[in-house]
Design a binder for this molecule. Structure first.
Ligand code: GEK
Length: 247
């Protein structure tokens, strides 16, 4: 599968429309996410480690907002073929799901992967041991987030885990500004021009709604999770692990 370099915002655009996960984005997605999200590759690698330790025999693993299936492939690499697990990957972007299917097909494995083109809010989570929301919740309107997390909590088996990776904001203005500036430096270091950075920022406005780590942890508590902690952070991006208690 061929992927191009992300130059979607390299030329000045008069009216910047809201960001969507269309064919143009799907074509450059691996390049875009690596150059835009500090720590992305580390998180993907660690999802394999978490899977190895937390996946339960004969359970379902979910990749919600799977894009091209990077987290699915990571989870699959960590699963033994004899454990009777299956992975369910969901995305509401048709362009992403189509390419995700082709990517998954390209790697041989006996672990079944079901790819569903739907809104993650319509998915019944059941018999789950690992659920991944890798930079997806931030695209869901805030009023729908608790219901989704409650659904995930209910569908997890005792001892099951949720990996929730997000872009964060910070209550302390000084810290917030420095971490944002460091993120901008990261993007510049990866070859994005100031024009590209500012046009992308405008297109994501009102589409990506970031919250503080505390807001996320409070919502996770409300959804039922008693054990929530940040396990990774790089600048204003990070990942929380939530564990459903064992009985
Ligand atoms: C990765 N997890 O590479 N229902 C289903 N899918 C959705 C919804 C929704 N309501 N909202 C957004 N998406 C991936 C990266 S990207 C993150 C995830 C980013 C999908 C959307 O179509 C896109 O594919 C994905 O969530 C977000 O580990 O681009 O910053």
């Amino acid at each position: 599968m061929m992927y191009n370099t992300d130059n979607i915002y390299s030329k000045a655009v008069k009216n910047i429309s809201g960001f969507t996960f269309d064919e143009q984005v799907a074509q450059v997605f691996p390049d875009m996410i690596k150059r835009s999200v500090p720590g992305y590759e580390k998180i993907i690698q660690t999802i394999a480690m978490i899977t190895k330790r937390c996946a339960l025999n004969n359970s379902n693993l979910y990749d919600l907002g799977c894009s091209l299936g990077a987290a699915t492939l990571s989870m699959r690499s960590a699963l033994k073929e004899t454990t009777g697990c299956q992975i369910i990957a969901v995305d509401n972007s048709t362009a992403m799901v189509k390419r995700c299917g082709e990517t998954i097909e390209a790697y041989r494995s006996e672990i079944p992967v079901q790819i569903i083109n739907d809104d993650i809010c319509n998915i019944q989570i059941e018999n789950a041991s690992v659920v991944v929301l890798n930079f997806t919740l931030q695209f869901l309107s805030t009023d729908k987030r608790l219901e989704l997390l409650s659904n995930i909590y209910q569908g997890l088996l005792p001892g099951g885990v949720l990996v929730l990776s997000e872009k964060f904001i910070f209550k302390d203005d000084v810290t917030h500004q420095l971490l944002i500036d460091l993120h901008l430096d990261f993007k510049r270091q990866h070859g994005y021009s100031d024009l590209e950075i500012s046009q992308k920022r405008s297109s994501l406005e009102n589409v990506l709604i970031a919250e503080t780590v505390t807001e996320h942890c409070q919502r996770l508590q409300k959804a039922g999770f008693k054990h929530n902690n940040l396990w990774f952070q790089c600048f204003n991006f990070g990942s929380i692990i939530s564990i459903k208690e064992k009985i």
